[in-house]
Design a protein around this ligand. Structure first.
Ligand code: OSB
Ligand code: MG
Length: 376
């Protein structure tokens, strides 16, 4: 039994070492909701990946905070769960709010791994000893800035370069990058910046031999992505559109994509992430682990998830130093010259938490306690 004695919610503010620009906006620093569970001498952590604004998804840190505080944490404190995998059932009365749910569910898996003395990767069903890493490179102030960034990341050994794109930052950029790096594994991510009028424009990217085009159309669409996929040689990868296993099945069977990006926060926690992974594996669709500019807590969880067998493409799981001057786990997450991260083999997430550093970054907090229990 994983009896929860207390749940601490806190917001930490962390400036990004490098600003990150997508088609939906510029991020210079993160406001991050962390969940800390206390259980019988163990402390387990979860990170909520909701952004500062409801731009990537309809959640944001402030909605996640309210849902966690008023709906999810009270349920978890009253429940008598024996595994993280029981969270989806417990949270089922609450519709949506998947990033808030994931923060709590993932902390429960983290706790279970500690209590069982297992690496989190093993508890999730992972088999990989190392995971392949790619990078997501934001829209830059100029093409020259972008070339420098790519040179740096290719030099560091990353196995796949993903370029954020939007109308005006696409074809010309791909041309310049391919002229200098004809062979690298290259993809792009539009974060829903295009519409059906752009279909010929997007089809012209087939000449660039991209590994995939990520979420070109509406964030909630399958039908038009299927129409677009029919026109393309290049694989479409869906990110925003995939909220759960049923979405993955619909997208695969409709031909809306040939690759899926799994973000554990976007699908509501490890249970659903594993279900999406398995559904894709059964249909021969490769998946990779997306990123949401996480701290070491969420990053460690992404590493554990990426150790599952069908995470066969390099993920957006990269080194702490690409985001933070100082991470909140120590040692920080590092990537080898071959572009790999070694999956930890110690119990739990494998990356010790720096509590002092977290305290120093905390700008708001609240604690919920379990009611006294009658024990027989
Ligand atoms: O679409 O994958 C995305 C960051 C924030 C929101 C959405 C996305 C991203 C990234 C960055 O691409 C991935 C990372 O390096 O964490
Ligand atoms: Mg994406």
């Amino acid at each position: 039994m994983l009896k929860i004695d207390a749940i601490h919610l806190r917001e930490i503010n962390m400036p990004l070492a490098y600003p990150f620009e997508t088609s939906f906006g510029l991020t210079t620093g993160r406001r991050i909701l962390l969940v800390e569970l206390e259980s019988d001498g163990h402390t387990a952590w979860g990170e909520c990946v909701a952004g500062e604004h409801p731009y990537f998804s309809d959640e944001m840190i402030d909605t996640a905070w309210i849902i966690a505080e008023t709906e999810l944490a009270p349920r978890l404190l009253e429940a008598e769960l024996s595994s993280g995998g029981e969270c989806p059932d417990l949270f089922k009365p609450v519709r949506g709010h998947r990033m808030a749910k994931a923060a709590l569910e993932n902390a429960m898996w983290d706790l279970e791994a500690q209590v069982e003395g297992l690496p989190l990767s093993e508890l999730l069903g992972g088999t990989r000893k190392v995971i392949p890493c790619g990078v997501s490179i934001g829209i830059q102030p100029s093409p020259e800035h972008l070339m420098d960034k790519i040179a740096q990341e290719v030099g560091a050994g990353y196995q796949r370069i993903k370029l954020k794109c939007k109308p005006g930052w696409d074809t010309k950029i791909f041309e310049a990058v391919r002229a200098r790096w004809p062979e690298i594994l290259l993809s792009c991510d539009a974060n829903s910046a295009y519409r059906m009028k752009d279909i010929d424009h997007i089809a012209s990217w087939d000449q660039f031999n991209l590994l995939m085009i990520e979420q070109p159309l509406w964030y909630d669409d399958f039908y038009f992505h299927a129409m677009l996929q029919k026109r393309l040689e290049t694989a479409i990868c869906l990110d925003e559109s995939i909220r759960n296993r049923r979405d993955a099945l619909a997208a695969i069977d409709m031909g809306s994509c040939r690759i899926i990006n799994i973000k554990v926060g976007r699908v509501g926690g490890f249970s659903e992430a594993i279900a999406v992974h398995n559904a894709a594996a059964e249909r021969g669709i490769p998946v990779w682990c997306g990123g949401m500019l996480e701290t070491g807590i969420g990053r460690a969880h992404n590493i554990a998830l990426s150790s599952l067998p069908n995470f066969s493409l390099p993920g957006d799981v990269s080194a702490s130093s690409r985001y933070w001057t100082q991470d909140i786990v120590e040692p920080a997450i590092t990537v080898s010259a071959k572009g790999e991260i070694v999956v930890p083999t110690t119990a739990g997430s494998g990356y010790p938490i720096q509590k002092d550093r977290i305290e120093a970054l905390t700008v708001r907090r609240t604690t919920l306690h379990a009611k006294a229990r009658v024990t027989a």
